[in-house]
Design a protein around this ligand. Sequence first.
Ligand code: SME
Length: 160
Amino acid sequence: MYDFRIEAADRATLYCDLASALEGLVAGEPDAIANMANAAALIWESLPDLNWVGFYRNIGGELVLGPFQGRPACIRIPFGTGVCGVAAATRQVQRIEDVHAFPGHIACDSASNSELVVPIMGADGELIAVLDLDSPKTARFTQEDEAGCVRLAEILATAL
Ligand code: SME
C-alpha cells in the first residue's frame, strides 16, 4: 500500500505534491486501468469535499465509465450530454459552480452540487478520457483546482 499523506497548507503546494505523487504512481506502469484506479484513489484521499472522482473513457466516440471512487455512477454518456459529455465534445475544461443550472446535467449522485471535468488528450490530439470530480459543495472548484487538475491530466495523458 502506498501512503502519501498529502496535507499541504495551501492549494498550490497541495497540487504540486499531488502531481509528484501521481508521477511516482504511474511511473513504469503501462496499464491504463491500473493507472486510472490509483489516480482516482490518490485524488479521493487527498482533496477535501468530494463525493465522486473518476474517469470516463472515450470508447468509440462514447464516454464509458472507468475507475472511480464514490457511489456507483451512470455507465455510458454520449458526447455533448451533461458536463462530462460537453467536456468530451468540446475538449474544454468544464468548471461548473452549480450543476443544477447546467443544461442537461446528469444527476448520477443527488449529493453533487458542483463539478470539474478535465479532458485528457493523447499526443495525437485525440480525447483519451475525462477526469471528473464532483462535490456536494456549491462552487467547490476554484481556478487553482482547475490548474492543478489540468496538470494531473497532463501526467495521465502519458500513462493511459
Ligand atoms: N454529473 C455528470 C455525470 C457523471 S457523474 O457525476 C459521476 C455529468 O453531468 O456529466
